[in-house]
Write a protein that binds this ligand. Structure first.
Ligand code: ZN
Length: 100
């Protein structure tokens, strides 16, 4: 199941951890908005590569249109796996309201 991700899984996991620390990705389980073939133009928040196909779109915060992220499917899976581990470890799930 290796589609568009340009980086090995270990590197992606490292980037996810870093994005979470920077506040660019929330620690949360998110709701699927849309998946399927994309027109491109969005940069994946995990690997910074443009998402052209096999994209997965997620609404991070339904109240805020700017919190709409588009991931590569493998990047999304790794992000959610990291979130699951952190949430299980007791970190509060939030929806991008940190640093306020
Ligand atoms: Zn990606």
């Amino acid at each position: 199941m290796y589609t568009e991700a340009a980086l090995p899984e270990s590197e992606l996991r490292k980037r996810v951890q870093q994005r979470i620390k920077e506040g660019r990705l929330p620690v949360a389980f998110v709701r699927l908005v849309n998946d399927g073939a994309g027109a491109g133009g969005h940069a994946c928040p995990v690997c910074d590569q443009p998402v052209k196909r096999d994209k997965v779109e997620y609404d991070i915060d339904p109240r805020n249109a700017n919190h709409h992220l588009v991931f590569h499917y493998p990047c999304y899976l790794i992000w959610q796996r990291v979130c699951a581990r952190r949430i299980r470890a007791g970190e509060r799930a939030d929806l991008g309201d940190q640093q306020r």
